[in-house]
Design a protein around this ligand. Structure first.
Ligand SMILES: Cc1ncc(COP(=O)(O)O)c(C=O)c1O
Length: 303
């Protein structure tokens, strides 16, 4: 079946969706983007897109940092997203990548005299990381770009060169992913996901000012943690705290909730998926599929 993308006001067949080779965003990484998941609910025969307005609110903030004008309001973006999913007729989990980008056909990094374009590509998607067995990760020798270099708060395409180096070197060293420190040596997050540590009944995560992308899943986890009677602490995290946590997990739209079982070859707890990460993961998977009435407000029905 033909898949459709959305490009500057039109629904375009995927095979016909191209951008010119001189496009500024391609030459300089000057695009901001979002990753949004939609989950199929088999009992209801319904596709639910998760926390869509929050993603577009962040896209607008990312655009603001990068001198980009958003062509649509959050409400319009949500409508387009719903329409695109419907047009693709998905009856299974899917992933969307809305991208706002600089589309001048020019050489030179300036963001001025440089129009903005908007597109959404979409595909069917299951797990991006195997969330069941637990990840073995390392501390990366790469550092996260700082707020005064390429701000991690903005989801800028060019900054994913940093994530690419982190992920690739972790993979080549035999690890599933990595934890990334900033230039001061403080913990930030994973290659492309946020990080939580578990100490007893408490979740600990880095603050919004610790050179992280402020994740929507991070916020979801904080809300769900309350329901499970867990305390949440946002604070600076030292590297060595990674080694003594009872449990740890990544979270993100792509990563969902991915438990970590070892860091730099040191086992966390018993070296197996921990009970708190597991409980949060189970609840999360119910929430995203629209199975928890309290959180149905986060799930946008497509059909
Ligand atoms: C660098 C980075 N941090 C964190 C996240 C998690 O963000 P969210 O939960 O909004 O998907 C992502 C994924 O989008 C990311 O790329």
């Amino acid at each position: 079946m033909t898949e459709f993308y959305y490009m500057d006001g039109k629904y375009v067949e995927a095979e016909k969706a191209f951008i010119p080779v001189r496009t500024h965003a391609f030459l300089y990484g000057t695009a901001v983007f979002e990753g949004i998941r939609a989950y199929w609910n088999e009992e209801e025969k319904q596709l639910y897109a998760f926390r869509v307005p929050e993603h577009y609110e962040r896209l607008i903030r990312s655009g603001k940092i990068m001198y980009m004008e958003n062509p649509h309001t959050v409400e319009e973006y949500c409508k387009i997203t719903q329409e695109l999913l419907k047009k693709n007729g998905y009856k299974q989990d899917a992933y969307m990548r809305p991208t706002l980008y600089k589309s001048a056909q020019k050489v030179g990094p300036g963001l001025y005299d440089n129009p903005d374009s908007f597109m959404i590509i979409v595909n069917k998607m299951g797990d991006y990381i195997d969330t069941s067995k637990g990840l073995k990760v390392c501390v990366s020798s790469w550092r996260r770009n700082s707020d005064n270099a390429i701000p991690p708060r903005a989801k800028v395409a060019g900054s994913y060169a940093n994530a690419a180096l982190i992920k690739t070197d972790a993979h080549n060293a035999g690890f599933d992913d990595a934890v990334v420190l900033d230039e001061q040596g403080n913990v930030t997050e994973g290659s492309a996901m946020n990080l939580f540590l578990v100490f007893g009944n408490k979740l600990v995560t880095t603050t919004k000012a610790d050179n992280i992308l402020v994740g929507i899943t991070r916020n979801t986890v904080m809300e769900l943690a309350k329901d499970l009677g867990l305390e949440v602490e946002e604070r600076n995290v030292d590297r060595t705290e990674l080694y003594i946590a009872d449990e740890a997990f990544y979270c993100g739209t792509g990563a969902q909730i991915s438990p970590i079982v070892s860091i730099d070859n040191r086992k966390l707890g018993a070296g197996v998926v921990g009970p708190i990460a597991k409980e949060l993961q189970n609840l999360y998977f119910d929430v995203v599929r629209g199975k928890v009435p309290k959180y149905k407000k986060w799930c946008m029905p497509v059909y």
